[in-house]
Design a protein around this ligand. Structure first.
Ligand code: NAP
Length: 350
């Protein structure tokens, strides 16, 4: 493990330097990794592992779009593609990569397939930590482990193909075999993680549910809407409002943050922008802090999980979700966004 100074706090991390791919291949030499669920994370992790020389099979219900995709990605029915139940039986490491609501539904089918010494793997602490709501209580004679990529399954794959990686946290909930940690790290390297940092199932799920409801998605969309609406209310055109709210961020400023940090982005903006942003940053921080407190409480109490399980277990959850996303897509702001994107030089072939 490498010790790294994170702003004054020392943490141990693992990269492919401390844990080379060859070591991961060796640890997983006699394992069959069964990936249950081929939605967003399933393909990213399964394909990266397969490319890295790990024996991977997929467990996916037949006929749906996810099954079709697994076929297109080269998994062969009866050889490397099975029903979830059959894959769970054949695997020695069972990756539960259905949606979190789908994990609950599938658990009664999967549990009897788990054999002594198997590892049950998650990419979220959700099912285990909220066991009173999900019913996911693993048998004592298996390892229970986690690697949670901090990014969409799409970028788990696209970064891997581009020679980069998505950072991931890892945790061991139950170590029956005494090999749980090395299995976890080997899987973390095999799925192409940038670097691996240690967590617990509880901290992973609390931080993840907060992050996606907060800055990463919910808060991001909310503050963008608020600013866009303000500009429109005051007579600015959609083009101006969208450019000042989203396009400048995604095409310019956030790239500078990714490259070299927030101060670097500030340093590369006008002195006028710097002065105002430095002053207003703290006001926004203080304004949203109480909302974040409420959000974290809602995560810890299990309220957020209850909402997710109810909504995503409904038989028409996909249709309902699509209606909500369609409403978002049809908002003036995001329609303006589509127009702005169509004008990017690369879209015009210039
Ligand atoms: N999305 C991400 O990028 C991401 C990032 C980090 C961690 N994770 C974690 O990784 C795990 C997998 O997430 P995901 O986003 O990849 O899942 P997903 O795409 O929503 O679903 C994966 C599979 O679950 C099946 N499924 C979905 N809802 C179901 C339901 N209600 N009942 C039965 N089956 C259902 C789907 O099969 P059908 O097509 O046959 O319906 C699909 O193949 C989760 O624990 C998630 O929290 C995800």
């Amino acid at each position: 493990m490498a010790k790294i100074n994170f702003g004054g706090v020392w943490e141990e991390v693992i990269t492919s330097e401390e844990f080379p791919l060859a070591k991961a291949q060796d640890v997983l030499r006699n394992e069959t990794v069964a990936v249950l669920g081929y939605g967003v994370q399933g393909p990213g992790q399964a394909l990266n592992m397969r490319d890295n020389g790990i024996r991977v099979i997929v467990g996916q219900r037949e006929g749906g779009p996810s099954w079709q995709r697994a076929v297109e990605d080269g998994f062969i029915l009866g050889e490397t593609l099975f029903s979830p139940e059959e894959a769970a039986r054949r695997g020695t490491i069972i990756q539960h990569l259905r949606s979190d609501a789908g994990q609950k539904t599938l658990w009664p089918v999967i549990k009897p397939c788990l054999m002594e010494g198997n590892a049950l793997y998650f990419s979220h602490g959700f099912s285990i930590i909220y066991k009173d709501l999900t019913g996911v209580i693993p048998p004592e004679n298996i390892d229970v482990i986690l690697v949670a990529p901090k990014g969409s399954g799409r970028t788990v794959r696209s970064n891997f193909l581009a020679g980069s990686g998505i950072n991931a946290s890892y945790a061991v909930f139950q170590d029956y075999t005494g090999r749980a940690t090395e299995r976890t790290l080997a899987l973390g390297i095999a799925i192409g993680s940038g670097y691996l940092f240690s967590t617990t199932f509880k901290n992973e799920v609390y931080s993840d549910l907060t992050g996606e409801r907060g800055v990463l998605m919910g808060c991001l969309a909310g503050v963008m809407e608020a600013q866009y609406n303000l500009l429109r209310k005051n007579g600015h055109t959609p083009s101006e409002a969208f450019n000042e709210t989203v396009e400048e961020l995604t095409q310019s400023l956030i790239r500078l943050v990714a490259e070299n940090g927030m101060d670097w982005m500030y340093a590369n903006c006008s002195t006028t922008a710097q002065r105002g942003a430095l002053d207003w940053k703290n006001r926004f921080r203080d304004a949203v802090a109480p909302v974040f407190d409420t959000l974290y409480e809602s995560v810890v109490s299990g309220r957020e999980v209850q909402i997710v399980l109810e909504a995503n277990s409904a038989s028409d959850y996909r249709q309902r979700l699509e209606r909500e996303l369609e409403a978002m897509r049809n908002m003036e702001m995001w329609q303006a966004g589509a127009a702005v994107r169509s004008l990017r030089p690369e879209k015009r072939g210039k």
